[in-house]
Every structure is written in structure tokens, then in C-alpha cells.
Design a protein around this ligand. Structure first.
Ligand SMILES: Nc1nc2c(ncn2[C@@H]2O[C@H](COP(=O)(O)OP(=O)(O)OP(=O)(O)O)[C@@H](O)[C@H]2O)c(=O)[nH]1
Ligand SMILES: [Mg+2]
Length: 297
């Protein structure tokens, strides 16, 4: 038996959560084409005969503009201490910039564990670009392993797993074999809703929204869910509700489909929109939505 913890860190939008979902073959983290989608550490557990890998997906590291942003970054930094292998994920189609240098400086303080580079989105560039990119990154840091992949196309993911296996330190089963995430059901439901907001809105709106589950009950195999979409100013409420309530209807319909698929049950979903002024800078509010442990670190 071989096991261990592996974290994905990197800039926003490079495909960390897509990679996690496609390794597991199960959607445990929401994804979107907007940066700063992931806002929590999310564990996804990969099980194979004689192997258990606990992957930890983290929020993209970015220049923070508010308390929420600082908390997101801290979560990414802290996982580095708690895992056996650190994997920096980059997007091959993006130029190497100050955001990467910032992360590489963090990697330079790691002494006692392997650090891999996963070069993602290789489906977006011609093959010959891959070697060039490997070369560029090798000059910046001595990565233990470099693996080019396409998370979306599941290209070279098997190889990534094989390489990880070589470095797994433990022989303990951390989770039973049927567990694939540490996320609570409440969390994943609120995330599915937030994902639809990300899909359907633009510019500042996605970042200004958080979702919380207010109530869930089950009767005759049907889930009854009340949830709130929280925005940080009054005019965004109008956008989320939309003309004749069309936007919130669409969000609700799409989220319900995902929730039904995830739980394999019929779902009734009632959505409400609430304003919590400047919630991204309100410590008390951030406490209530689960960031307590990171606010004062
Ligand atoms: N072409 C291509 N697109 C990809 C690939 N992997 C991810 N994407 C896309 O990149 C975007 C960002 O993906 P996410 O998985 O949400 O990125 P992330 O790194 O988790 O982002 P944050 O949570 O914001 O840090 C989405 O639109 C994905 O569909 C890939 O291998 N190829
Ligand atoms: Mg993510």
C-alpha cells in the first residue's frame, strides 16, 4: 500500500480544479473560465489498487484586493506545509510572468519534499512549444519532475499518476475506498450554485458573489433545498435576479440539474438573493462562511 498528500498550487485559471476533477473522474471542485473560481481547499481522493492519493486543490495565488483575497492566498500557502508532494500547475499558453516568479519564490523555501511542475493545456499549442516551455521553467527552479498534460483532454494524466506514485511516502489508508472528497454536501451544493453564477455573469459580478445553503431536508427521496446568493451591493441584486426573474430562474435550473446528478435524487431548489454590504472585507461574515481558521494566521 502506498499513500500520501499532493497539492496543486498555481496562478488562477491555469486548470488546477479541472485537473483534479479529471483525475478523479468525478466533479468535486467547480471550474470556470473566470479567474479565482476556487475559494477553499478541496480534497479529492484518488483510489486505485494498493494506492491512495489525497489531492488538495487550492485557490489560485493572486494579488489580493480585499480580506477574502488574502484568505484565499493563505489557504494555498498553508497546504504546502501539510502535503508530501507540491505540484505547481501552469498554463502553457500564458507567458511566464511576475505571478509565476512569486510562486517560484515560495517554492524556493521548500526543503524537504518533491516539487513537480505540471504544464497544463498542451492541447492549446503546437507540440514543439512543449520542450521550449520545459526549458524556460527549468531555468527558474529545479523541479523534481516536469509533466506536460492536458487536463481537459485527459492527455498524459496516467503518466502524472505513475510519477506521483514513485514519491508517495506512506502506507496508510487515510480515507475508506468509497470516499472521494472531504467536502460536505452543503458545500458542494452551494458551489454548484456559485458555478452557475460564474457561467452566466461577467466582469465584477462573479467575484462579488458567494452562495450559502440555508436549509436542506429530504422526504420520499426528494431533496428540498433553500439557498441564498449573496452579493455585496444593491445593484448586483438586480443583475442576479434579471429581467422578469429570468437570470435567477436560469441559475436555479442549471444548478438543480447538477445537484440532481451529483446526489442521484430529485431536487427542489429555492434561491434567494441577499445583499451583505462589502462582505469580502467583513471579518465577521467571512467567519460565518468558513474562513475563520485563516483570517488571523
Ligand atoms: N484548453 C484547455 N483548457 C483548460 C484545460 N484545463 C482547464 N482548462 C480551462 O481553463 C479554465 C480554468 O480552469 P479551472 O480548473 O477553473 O482553473 P483553476 O486553476 O482551478 O482556477 P482558480 O480556481 O481560479 O485558481 C476553464 O475554462 C477550463 O475549462 C486544458 O487542459 N486545456
Ligand atoms: Mg480552481
Amino acid at each position: 500500500m502506498k499513500s500520501g498528500f499532493v497539492s496543486f498550487i498555481g496562478r488562477p485559471n491555469v486548470g488546477k480544479s479541472t485537473l483534479l476533477n479529471n483525475i478523479l473522474g468525478k466533479r468535486v471542485a467547480i471550474t470556470s473560465d473566470k479567474p479565482q473560481t476556487t475559494r477553499n481547499m478541496i480534497q479529492g481522493i484518488y483510489n486505485e489498487k494498493d494506492t491512495q492519493i489525497v489531492f488538495v486543490d487550492t485557490p489560485g495565488i493572486h494579488k489580493p484586493k480585499n480580506k477574502l483575497g488574502r484568505v484565499l492566498n493563505k489557504q494555498a500557502y498553508f497546504t504546502i506545509n501539510d502535503v508530501d508532494i507540491v505540484i505547481m500547475v501552469v498554463d502553457i499558453s500564458e507567458k511566464i510572468g511576475s505571478g509565476d516568479s512569486f510562486i517560484i519564490d515560495i517554492l524556493k523555501n521548500i526543503e524537504d519534499k518533491p516539487v513537480f511542475l505540471v504544464i497544463n493545456k498542451i492541447d492549446k499549442v503546437p507540440r514543439e512549444e512543449i520542450l521550449k516551455k520545459i526549458d524556460e521553467y527549468q531555468k527558474l527552479y529545479e523541479f523534481t519532475e516536469i509533466i506536460p498534460v492536458s487536463a481537459r483532454k485527459k492527455d498524459n494524466i496516467d503518466r502524472l499518476i505513475e510519477v506521483i506514485k514513485k514519491y508517495l511516502p506512506d502506507n496508510i489508508l487515510y480515507y475508506d475506498e468509497n470516499t472521494f472528497t472531504n467536502n460536505s454536501d452543503d458545500f458542494i451544493i452551494s458551489e454548484f450554485i456559485r458555478e452557475k453564477v460564474l457561467d452566466l455573469t461577467d466582469e465584477e459580478v462573479p467575484h462579488s458573489v458567494t452562495c450559502v445553503l440555508d436549509d436542506i431536508s429530504e422526504e420520499n427521496d426528494i431533496l428540498y433545498i433553500n439557498a441564498s446568493i449573496i452579493v455585496d451591493r444593491e445593484n448586483l441584486k438586480k443583475i442576479i435576479i434579471g429581467k422578469n426573474g429570468n437570470m435567477i430562474k436560469e441559475i436555479g435550473m442549471r444548478a438543480r440539474k447538477d445537484i440532481e446528478e451529483y446526489f442521484n435524487k430529485k431536487v427542489y431548489l429555492d434561491l434567494f438573493v441577499k445583499v451583505v454590504d462589502k462582505w469580502r472585507d467583513k471579518e465577521k461574515f467571512l467567519n460565518t462562511i468558513g474562513y475563520k481558521d485563516f483570517l488571523n494566521k
